[in-house]
Each structure stands twice: as C-alpha cells, then as structure tokens.
Design a protein around this ligand. Structure first.
Ligand code: NDP
Length: 316
C-alpha cells in the first residue's frame, strides 16, 4: 500500500509543490486546506493525479476545526505515515491582532498552536500504522534564527518568559512574551515555536514511537503567496533581491522537492535534525544539519512552551 502523507496548506506555495513531489514519488497525499475549491484547482493545474490525493478541510486558525479534520481523516480509513506541518500566515501590515474563535492571536494559532494540536493527537494515528518508517516534518525558517544573516533583521523573535501564554493568550494579550502586538515578530515567534515543538517531539517520543521528527528551512522561496499581505512594491522587489543580491532564492518547485525528500528519503531519516541548504543557492547544493537558534535549543523554554501550549489547546 502507498504511504499516506498529510500536507497542511497544500493549496499554494511550498505545500502545493511538496504535495506534487510527494505524489510523484508514489505517496498518497492528504491535501489539508482551508479552501478546498482553490486547492482542487491548484492540484489540477499542477497535474497531481486524482488517485494520488484526497482533499480534506482544515482551518488551522481554529482548534475546533483541527479536531474536525482529525475525525474526517480517521473516517477515510487510511493509515498515516507522514505529516508535514506547512501552512502558515504572515501578516506584516496589520495594526491590530486578529483572533481565532478561541480568542487567541491568529498568527501564533495558525502557525504553531494548530499544528501543535495536530502533531500531538495524530501521533496516535501514526503509532497505529505498521510501517517501519514514519515521519513528522515541520517547516522552519531562517528568520527564526538571529545568529544567521537572514535572521538579523528586526524585529527579532523573542519568546521572553512566555508570559503571554501563561496569561491565557486572550485579549488583551496578543504576543507570546506578553508585550505589545508586532505582527512580523508574531510570525517569527511562531516559527521558533515550530522548531521547539519538533525538538520536543523528538526528545519525548522518538525512542518510544520510532517516528522521525524533523524540521527544515527549504531556502528563500521569495515568490510564494506568503508575501501577499505585504506592500506591492515589496512583493516585486523581494524576489529580485533574493535572486541577484543575497542569492537565497529557491523556486517553489525545488522547495517542494526538498520537503518531499525530507519526508521520504533515507538520508533525512535523522530524528531531531533541522535541515538546511544554506542561504546562498548554487546548483546541486547539498543539505546539512544546522544548529537552531539559542531560543529554539533552550530546553527550559522548550519545556515551558510545551506545557503552556498543551493547556492552550486543551490537551492538559
Ligand atoms: P503560502 O502563503 O504560499 O502558503 C501557505 C499555505 O498555508 C496556503 O496553502 C494557505 O492556504 C495555508 N494556510 C494559511 N492559513 C491557513 C489556515 N488557517 N488553515 C489552513 N491552511 C492555511 O506560503 P509558503 O508556501 O511560502 O509557506 C509555506 C511554509 O514555508 C510556511 O510554514 C513558511 O513559514 C515556510 N517558509 C517559507 C519561506 C518562503 O520564503 N516562502 C521560507 C522559509 C519557510 P490558502 O491558499 O487558503 O491561503
């Protein structure tokens, strides 16, 4: 039987191309999307064969919807061998926080809390699969890491002491550190949480379950719709800047290939690893395991993030 791999946010960008690359490599892809019509059109346009994919609805910005998705996945009767946490929002220009139905700030909910809930509950589904090679992969990004050039541009991520999570993360709180709302920082903070989550999953569950937990930075995919909420001028200039000045630019197709490789290839079966291809792209660029940022490797913070996230998603 084919491996079944869930990809969240498979209606555009990296997730869509990852779904295509996974299907090309023989997997059955569950395209977990908030807009199924858009996802269906995108899958058809890219030529992902119908018998290699199933569309299921999920809105990661609603914990209730994540739980409904899990039920609808279970109703398909499929086993689960791969889970790719890819969906994300980036809202650099908003002045006031948006909220999930639970009342939590929306960027952190979509990018982190929704996936945190998904990984924790779907671990049970993965455990039930008899396959020997099973993997959970979370998309990271260079901007999570102020130690790297791409991560130095302010505002830098900072989880602080997770005061905002500890206070319940509802109005008037909007940031994990409890400070003033800053949408770009909210995105970066959520990505630090993604990396921390992957590392904690590895530390807590790899030995017991045999599941491989990894994260990756696929390169700067400067022309995905991720930047759709930015100034139009930024959207024009950013890909050119990345292509010719920083040389960090990666096509959506190549980024999708990289994700698929991390899910399926033997060389990426290394639990706890954060994979990168570096920032300067050249033809045939090889991947390597990269050290994550100081906050993303801080075990005390990881523990705190884990326990508070469990509470926020009502698993504890
Ligand atoms: P896109 O904006 O192209 O894709 C994001 C996907 O997530 C879309 O399918 C979108 O759906 C979906 N999504 C957003 N909100 C929700 C939600 N509430 N519920 C379900 N799905 C949702 O971005 P990218 O492809 O660029 O980004 C994908 C991942 O790659 C992200 O995790 C990002 O952090 C990471 N990344 C991207 C980099 C880049 O340079 N682009 C660099 C490093 C990492 P819809 O189509 O309906 O909007």
């Amino acid at each position: 039987q084919k491996s079944t791999v869930i990809v969240t946010g498979a209606s555009s960008g990296v997730g869509l191309y990852a779904a295509k690359a996974l299907a090309d490599r023989g997997a059955h892809v569950i395209m977990a999307c908030r807009n199924l019509e858009k996802a269906e059109a995108a899958a058809q346009e890219l030529g992902i064969p119908e018998d290699s994919r199933t569309m299921l609805h999920i809105d990661l910005g609603s914990l209730e919807s994540v739980r409904r998705f899990i039920n609808s996945f279970r109703a398909t009767g499929r086993t689960l061998e791969g889970l790719v946490c890819n969906a994300a929002i980036y809202m650099p220009l908003i002045k006031e926080p948006l909220r999930s139905p639970e009342g939590y700030e929306l960027t952190m909910t979509t990018n982190h809390l929704g996936h945190f809930l998904l990984c924790n509950v779907m671990m049970e589904d993965m455990k039930r699969s008899l396959a020997e090679d099973k993997r959970m992969v979370i998309l990271g990004t260079v901007t999570h890491n102020p130690d790297e050039l791409g991560g130095k541009i302010p505002p830098r991520p900072d989880l602080g002491d997770l005061e905002g999570f500890a206070k319940g993360f509802r109005e008037p709180v909007s940031m994990i550190d409890g400070k003033k709302f800053e949408p770009v920082k909210a995105y970066k903070d959520s990505k630090v949480c993604n990396v921390l989550t992957m590392r904690e999953l590895h530390r807590r569950y790899h030995e017991e379950t045999g599941i491989t937990f990894t994260s990756l930075y696929p390169g700067c995919v400067a022309d995905t719709p991720l930047f759709r909420n930015h100034y139009p001028l930024f959207q024009k200039i950013f890909p050119i800047f990345q292509k010719y000045i920083t040389k960090g630019y990666v096509s959506q197709e190549l980024a999708g290939e990289r994700v698929a490789a991390v899910v399926l290839d033997e060389e990426y079966r290394q639990s706890g690893a954060y994979w990168s291809w570096g920032n300067r792209q050249k033809k045939g660029r090889q991947s390597f395991v990269q050290r994550v940022s100081p906050q993303a490797r801080d075990e005390e913070r990881a523990e705190k993030m884990w326990n508070l996230s469990l509470k926020l998603v009502e698993l504890a």
